[in-house]
Ligand binder design. Structure first.
Ligand SMILES: Cc1cc2nc3c(=O)[nH]c(=O)nc-3n(C[C@H](O)[C@H](O)[C@H](O)COP(=O)(O)OP(=O)(O)OC[C@H]3O[C@@H](n4cnc5c(N)ncnc54)[C@H](O)[C@@H]3O)c2cc1C
Length: 440
């Protein structure tokens, strides 16, 4: 019997498996698919590189020639472009002024192989059907092996099943986000014009679309292949009359720069869609179990935060598991410090994203501000954990209040209906309260 069973071999599962193995803790990763398998989420933030380095992944990623991502570039509807360059703020603990764009089928396979090399047992093509409990205590999993169901037991169960959220659904802990309900349509293209500025050609490009919370991504996957995705509110997608191609083209043509980028491009794989992806679980831990990565929480992907959160959640969860095994106590209380730490980071991402969508020009304004620009850089690079306060978010909130109060403010018409004061009902309020009391 292994100490820990991990359900899912995506970035979160491979991360926690690797860290546990490095601590000498036996673990088994059970993955339902057989890697390589395609996956959305192709652009990293620089904070991820710290985990990649600790796991020994950086030389592998360089050898694999993942595209270097030196920054991010935004295109306003009027055609104005502005960019941030990671070299302007290099964290001491991260030894690169760039991060990566990746073909997720490759990255996830490499992470899983690396976990195996570090000591994780890896089983692929095996679907975990349910987590087994004795009372409230998770004690194992039931897995489908061909025609047979097999029960496997371990001291601790980790749900890293991504948006399948196997434990969250089973325990009824999943709460859909009260604000975000978006829908993404994406595909890969060749011959995309990656911009007029050579320096930013390999950046992620974000295009604002003329619908609320609408945006598009352009992510270079290889020198030839570019991923392009359109994100709008699910209702907006639902109301569109026409096929997927005309839907995609309509939104591409709604932004001058995006339309130029795709003018001579040709699509090389099928459109894929992603919906229902904003939620949080009431709890990230319980007796004998922890949730990591998307299985715990998903925040809107506008700032490419997902893989970073997945990797860090694995790193933090491995620490509390180590402590629990030392004392032989696998109760929820042992895992609470992990939950508090993860929430403290995801809540910052969430608040940043909420303020961004509340008033788009605010982001443009702050990123170019002498006083706050560098703080926005820090957030965009994923520096969100272990921070008790983030002054720039308070400043953004004060700015929004001022715009709301002043009827003739130039940004007034661009305020969206996202609530920012009515927080008691939101996930954010709950998380903030828990984090500040340190008592989840
Ligand atoms: C539209 C969109 C755009 C995004 N863009 C970005 C981006 O640019 N950058 C970024 O960092 N993130 C992005 N993300 C988020 C990113 O995709 C996820 O945050 C990330 O993949 C989470 O990793 P994970 O390991 O938690 O889950 P996953 O990567 O989903 O891995 C979960 C694994 O568990 C396996 N599994 C599921 N159920 C079972 C089961 N029952 N038994 C066994 N195995 C199981 C699955 O097969 C899968 O391999 C985006 C997400 C969306 C929806």
């Amino acid at each position: 019997m292994v100490d820990v069973i991990i359900i899912g071999g995506g970035p979160a599962g491979s991360s926690i498996g690797s860290y546990l193995s490095m601590k000498g803790i036996s673990n088994m990763i059970i993955e339902k698919d057989i890697h390589p398998r395609p996956h959305v989420g192709e652009s990293m933030v620089t904070s991820s590189s710290l985990v990649f380095e600790e796991l020994g992944m950086l030389p592998i990623m360089e050898k694999e020639k993942f595209v270097h991502k030196g920054g991010a570039s935004w295109h306003e509807p009027g055609g104005r472009e502005f960019a941030i360059h990671f070299r302007d703020l290099v964290r001491e603990d991260i030894h690169q002024d760039y991060t990566y764009h990746v073909d997720r089928s490759k990255l996830d396979l490499l992470l899983l192989k690396n976990a195996q090399k570090l000591g994780s047992q890896v089983v692929q093509g095996v679907n975990v059907k349910q987590v087994l409990f004795q009372g409230n205590q998770a004690v194992g999993v039931r897995a489908q092996l061909g025609d047979q169901e097999v029960d496997l037991h371990a001291k601790i169960i980790v749900d890293a099943s991504g948006r399948s959220t196997i434990l969250g659904r089973h325990l009824n802990m999943k709460k859909n986000d009260p604000i975000f309900n978006q829908y993404a349509v994406h595909a890969w293209f060749e011959n995309v014009h990656r911009g007029d500025i050579e320096e930013t050609e390999d950046y992620i490009h974000i295009y604002f679309l003329p619908v609320e919370r609408g945006w598009a991504w352009q992510i270079p996957i290889t020198p030839e292949i570019t991923s392009v995705g359109i994100v709008v509110e699910r209702e907006v997608f639902r109301k569109f009359k026409g096929d997927m191609s005309s839907y995609f083209d309509t939104y591409v043509n709604s932004n001058v720069a995006l339309s130029k980028a795709l003018a001579n491009a040709h699509q090389i794989n099928e459109f894929k869609t992603e919906g229902d992806y904003s939620y949080s679980m009431d709890q990230f831990v319980g007796d004998g179990f922890l949730l990591v990565g998307d299985a715990a929480r998903f925040v809107d992907p506008i700032f490419s935060s997902g893989v970073s959160i997945a990797l860090y959640s694995g790193r933090f969860a491995a620490d509390v598991i180590e402590n629990a095994l030392k004392v032989g106590d696998f109760s929820k209380e042992m895992f609470i410090p992990y939950q508090t730490k993860l929430k403290s980071g995801t809540v910052i991402w969430y608040e940043f994203i909420r303020l961004y969508y509340k008033l788009l020009p605010l982001f443009t304004h702050f990123i170019q501000s002498k006083k706050y620009g560098i703080e926005i850089h820090r957030l965009l690079q994923g520096d969100v954990f272990d921070r008790s306060e983030v002054e720039v978010l308070d400043a953004m909130r004060r700015y929004i209040e001022a715009v709301e109060k002043k009827e003739n403010h130039i940004f007034r018409a661009q305020l969206t209906n996202i609530p920012i004061d009515e927080i008691p009902e939101t996930i954010l309020a709950e998380s903030l309260a828990q984090v500040s009391s340190g008592n989840d």
